[in-house]
Write a protein that binds this ligand. Sequence first.
Ligand code: ADP
Length: 300
Amino acid sequence: MSISVSNISKLYNDQKALNDVSFEIKQGEIVGFLGPNGAGKSTMMRILTSYLNPTKGTAKVNGFDVGSQSIDVQKSIGYLPEHNPLYLDMYVREYLRFNAQVYKIDTSRIEEVIELTGLTPEANKKINQLSKGYRQRVGLACALLHNPKVLILDEPTTGLDPNQLVEIRELIRSIGKEKTVFLSTHIMQEVEAMCDRVIIINKGEIVTDKNLDDILDETEQIIEVEFDYRIEEAFLLKLAHVSEVKNTNGFIYQITFDTKTDMRPVVFDFAHDNQLKILQLSRKNKNLESLFRELTTGQN
Ligand code: ADP
C-alpha cells in the first residue's frame, strides 16, 4: 500500500477535525479527497506528511509510520501545500537548485523536473513574473525533485483560470501515470477530470470511498430535451425506465432514467410518434455532483 490510514482522529482543543478516518491507497492510484471547506482535508494531508500528529490512530506512507518515521515519510512523499510557498524573487531554475541543495538532492534532477512539468520556456524567469498556473508548476517541480513515489497535493487547482486549470489537470494526470497521487479539492469536477477514485469527507468523517467508474455506472441517467411544444409531464412518465420528469423551463424537460442503456433513441422515437420536434437533446450524468451534494448537505 502507498498510503494506509487507520482510525485517525484529530482534535484541535475540543474541536474534532477528523473522526476515526480509515482508508488505503494502492500504488499508482490517483485519488481525489473531496469535501467542503472545513471538512478536514488539509488536516489529513498534514498528518500524512508528518507535519501534524494525530490525536488518535496511525498512518503509514510507503510502509513508514507518520509518527515515528517522519524523515522516511517525507523522503518518499512530494507535498504541494495549499498555499504553495515560493520565493518570488528567485528565478525558477535557481529556486529548484536551492531546494535541491537544501534537501541534498542530485542537481541533475533539476532539468528532468523542469521538462516534466513543462517549465522549460519559463525556467529563466523570476517566479514573480509567472502566472498562477506556472507558479503551481514550480511547486509541482519542487515536490517532484527527490523523485518521490507518492504525491500529496492540497487543493492544487485553486485560483487558476480555466486554461491554466485544464493544463494543470493534464499535467497531474500525466504525473499520475508514474506515481501515486492523493489530491484534495472542494470541487467535484476536479475529481471527475483527474481521478480514478474519490474519497468524500464531510465534517471530519469519510462518507464515501468509490471508484469513479462505479459511481458513473450506478447512478441515473438524465436526458434534457427541448421540444417545440409543451406536453404533459405525465406523458413522458410512460417511457420505459423513467423515474422522474421535470419541466425545467419553457418546453425543456429533464427526464431521469434508472438504466445504463442510452435512452436517447427512445426519446427520439417518442418525439417522432407524437409529432413533436426535438430542438435540442443532451445526456447528462447526475453522478458525482449529486452524490457530493447529497452526502455533504443532506439534499438532492
Ligand atoms: P479543509 O482542508 O477540508 O478545508 P481543515 O483540515 O483545514 O479543512 O479544517 C478542518 C477543521 O479544523 C475546520 O473546522 C478548521 O477550522 C479546523 N482547524 C484547522 N486547523 C486548525 C488549527 N490549527 N487550529 C484550530 N482549528 C483548526
